[in-house]
Design a protein around this ligand. Structure first.
Ligand SMILES: N[C@@H](CCC(=O)N[C@@H](CS)C(=O)NCC(=O)O)C(=O)O
Length: 231
């Protein structure tokens, strides 16, 4: 059995989608990041960066294995299940490129765009424009990659599962997808997959409050001094 430590955000949906796609048995352990549960010493042992998602795989030889960082988790699950990440070197690195692109580009840039547009108490035009432009540029890069193709690499892979939940944030960021028809078509294909539908239902009853409605205590936990305490 695999324990999935999670709260319902795009980074966690990547893992729940992959677990559903592979059919590996798993158990969800909620980590309420709005209440500061990511700072519990037991969780920090698994995920020293105080971020979810993380997994602990108990079904291993030689004792449990823990993995944090969603990209590393999907690679681990792909290797464990032998699915969604081709072994042949060329095809494998085509997927790896887009895994890194999502982890270093799409996720962080859309995250910062959302932060400065919706969560920051001071609305700083330069920051909003900088990250929204980056987000739009990344949608454009993905749109081009999907031109004439059903999936990001040659076949459905972990790269699709990782990018999909983040691209759904466009409405949240006031980014119109009209300019990105290939992304829209690919999103529609992804949405028809039963495993994707089930993965997106992760902890559906615990959806995170929009940043505009966040109370001061939660703000302090996620963006304030709680983050910087020595542990
Ligand atoms: N690069 C990490 C990012 C994970 C991440 O940013 N998780 C956020 C929620 S989406 C979190 O746990 N935040 C808790 C905190 O900021 O203390 C990954 O992909 O796993």
């Amino acid at each position: 059995m695999i324990d999935l430590f999670a709260w319902p955000t795009p980074n966690a949906f990547k893992v729940s989608i992959m677990l559903e796609e592979t059919g590996l048995p798993y158990n969800v352990v909620p980590v309420n990041i709005a209440a500061g549960e990511q700072f519990e010493p037991a969780f920090l042992k698994i995920s020293p960066n105080n971020r979810m998602p993380a997994i602990v795989d108990h079904d291993t030889i030689g004792g449990p294995v823990s993995v944090f960082e969603s990209g590393a988790i999907l690679m681990y699950l792909a290797e464990k299940s032998g699915q969604f990440w081709p072994l042949e070197s060329h095809a494998r690195y085509k997927v790896a490129e887009w895994v890194m692109w999502q982890m270093a580009g799409l996720g962080p840039m859309l995250g910062q765009a959302g932060h400065f547009k919706r969560a920051a108490p001071d609305k700083i035009p330069y920051a909003i424009e900088r990250y929204t432009n980056e987000a739009k540029r990344l949608y454009g890069v993905l749109d081009k990659q999907l031109s004439g193709k059903d999936f990001i690499a040659s076949k459905y892979s972990i790269a699709d599962m990782m990018s999909y939940p983040w691209t759904l944030a466009s409405a949240w960021l006031d980014i119109s997808l009209d300019e990105f028809p290939n992304v829209t078509r690919w999103q529609a294909t992804m949405a028809t997959r039963p495993a994707v539908q089930r993965g997106m239902e992760l902890l559906a009853d615990k959806r995170v409050a929009p940043p505009e409605k966040m109370d001061e205590e939660t703000r302090e936990i996620l963006y304030g001094k709680k983050q910087f305490e020595k542990r």
